[in-house]
Write a protein that binds this ligand. Structure first.
Ligand SMILES: Nc1ncnc2c1ncn2[C@@H]1O[C@H](COP(=O)(O)OP(=O)(O)OP(=O)(O)O)[C@@H](O)[C@H]1O
Ligand SMILES: [Mg+2]
Length: 322
């Protein structure tokens, strides 16, 4: 089997606070291959951004990876020094598309000045070559008037155009993996559709791998080849998108799907809230909100099950069925 672009297993991130140490991520497992888009989905506070920060090696100072492995093209990212990550990984082989394109751009400098400076750091070649590549990417992401864009400041673009700029910037150093943190939530529906279509085309044409974080299962259905559902810092279910959405196995995935406006008569949420990692319940973290919970669910953690090829689920109900 080919080496996956990203393989995360048994990932645990612990954070120290006044009330002790909490596992904000635990038992996280992901596998992503070149040319594919993996959606990571879960409610607010489930740990999606923390997962991205762990992969990029930019966790906050109180947090650390306490267990597990993050392999990027077969190499152990956790063994890289800060200098190696800066020089050879972040912003070059792995790039990032943020949620809010405005915050990611410096309002004081022109687009050309800031993007060319990044390329000077990470991409081989000279300024003329970088400029030509940037213009080519601006055309690729269908940014109007690419030449003029270089001399404009961020506030002179619409939200959708700024997101196109950041997608071009993320591609500038020819990454193997692009990580996107809810890149379309700030955009209107039409612009969101255009950006999703563009991302899909880029992944297909360039053969890169994309990790796409979202709370929106509708976006996952449209864009992603595979999905990992996370709840309270843990992977609860993963598999190919079509099978997972058609026949969800974990009660949390079913509850998320039931909330989706296209599938229900109104905007209903899942009763209760994601627990704080400091007060994570024993056993299955979803058990207090689960309408199918057994008594055993509150006392012991489920063992991962593989009910079908390519699918996995962490739920005691599937252990009983197995
Ligand atoms: N620096 C920190 N200190 C303490 N707790 C933190 C810190 N960063 C994150 N957490 C906690 O870790 C959990 C996961 O947070 P995270 O930001 O990763 O969630 P998320 O899934 O990205 O949410 P959202 O959809 O709202 O962006 C939350 O309970 C959060 O309170
Ligand atoms: Mg987040």
């Amino acid at each position: 089997m080919a080496v996956p672009t990203l393989a995360v297993s048994g990932l645990r991130v612990a954070i120290r606070g006044d009330e002790g140490v909490a596992r904000i991520l635990d038992h996280i497992a992901l596998r992503l291959e070149a040319g594919r888009i993996l959606g990571v989905v879960g409610e607010s506070g489930c740990g999606k951004s923390t997962l991205i920060r762990a992969i990029l090696g930019i966790l906050p100072p109180a947090a650390e990876v306490a267990a597990g492995e993050i392999l990027f093209e077969g190499e152990d990212l956790l063994a890289f020094s800060e200098a190696e990550l800066n020089r050879n990984v972040r912003g070059s082989r792995i790039s990032f598309i943020p949620q809010d394109p405005y915050l990611a751009l410096n309002p004081l400098f022109t687009i050309g000045a800031q993007l060319l400076e990044t390329m000077r750091w990470h991409a081989p070649g000279d300024r003329r070559g970088h400029r030509a590549r940037l213009l080519e990417l601006f055309r690729r992401v269908q940014l109007p008037d690419p030449e003029a864009a270089l001399d404009r400041h961020p506030h002179q673009f619409s939200g959708g155009q700024r997101q196109r700029l950041l997608i071009a910037a993320a591609l500038a150093c020819a990454p193997r993996l692009v990580i996107a943190d809810e890149p379309t939530t700030a955009l209107d529906v039409t612009t969101q559709q255009q950006i999703l279509r563009l991302l899909r085309e880029l992944v297909d044409d360039l053969g890169i791998a994309m990790l796409f974080v979202t709370h929106d299962l509708g976006v996952v259905a449209e864009l992603c080849d595979d999905v990992s559902v996370i709840y309270a810092g843990q992977t609860v279910e993963s598999g190919p998108t079509a099978a997972l959405l058609d026949r969800p196995l974990h009660p949390y995935t079913r509850a998320l799907l039931a909330c989706h406006p296209e599938r229900s008569s109104g905007f209903v949420g899942i009763p209760g809230a994601v627990p704080s990692p400091l007060r994570a319940p024993p056993g299955c973290r979803f058990a207090p909100r689960c309408t199918s919970a057994h008594p055993a669910c509150t006392t012991r953690a489920p063992a991962p099950q593989r009910p079908e090829p390519g699918r996995s689920v962490d739920c005691i109900l599937h252990e009983v069925a197995a």
